[in-house]
Design a protein around this ligand. Sequence first.
Ligand SMILES: C[S@@+](CC[C@H](N)C(=O)[O-])C[C@H]1O[C@@H](n2cnc3c(N)ncnc32)[C@H](O)[C@@H]1O
Length: 251
Amino acid sequence: MARSPRKHPVADAEVAACLRPLDSLPCPLDPRSLFAATSPIELEVGCGKGLFLEKAAVSRPDTNWLGIEISTPYARLCAARLSKRHATNALVIPGDARRLVEEMLVDGCLAAVHVYFPDPWWKARHRKRRVLAADFLAHVARTLGPAGILHVWTDVEEYFRETLAIVAGGGFFGEPQTVVERPAEHDLDYRTHFERRTRLAGEPVWRTFFVRRDDPVTAPPPRRSAAIPPRGDAPSRSGRAVPRPASDSRQ
Ligand SMILES: C[S@@+](CC[C@H](N)C(=O)[O-])C[C@H]1O[C@@H](n2cnc3c(N)ncnc32)[C@H](O)[C@@H]1O
């Protein structure tokens, strides 16, 4: 009987070349050890299917790019995109960004952190799963080097305003900076898949970036040593170990 064609045209070995499972990494982790070139490193939290990481790796080869994605299937899709582009300056970590940032990354190792369209976790009892929480943002500040940048874009106004308030209260970053929306010049001229989807639906996107202060109001916390229980591939917004939960049909 004839074999059915492979669903994933990129070979597993090629995907694996761009993947670094979280549990395979040392702790503490200096991400400079993951790349051949000694370029600045930028991290994307929740890289999804990888449109941003792919474009960034190709358009800015002078930077090393790290993505972390809690859904292993999405992390693999993202790694496949990078592999097809023969990107040697980009890697994807399947795993929980909170564990990576709060427990593993060494101080001052990143030039920028990008958080695009983080899961909003609508239900009140799930709010604690939001990645843009006070602890996480303090550790983002800890892992950023001098003048490091935190980019935040979302389609959820309430989450955006809450993030502005948390950042202002933390004292680690300067004032939120304005990011102007520009017209898309072609069908994939968006920062991420979720930006594309949101704008094509005619819905607003809230965008900003913050620069890490040299004189923070309080010093960022030390790297967290107590392990948050490992959560592997889940939960996503519904608490299921799937890329996209039933409670949010946006993806
Ligand atoms: C709404 S999607 C946005 C994906 C992409 N950033 C974009 O804008 O198209 C949010 C992504 O974050 C991932 N995610 C949620 N919580 C995470 C966590 N704690 N660590 C890493 N990734 C996470 C989800 O699996 C999902 O792929």
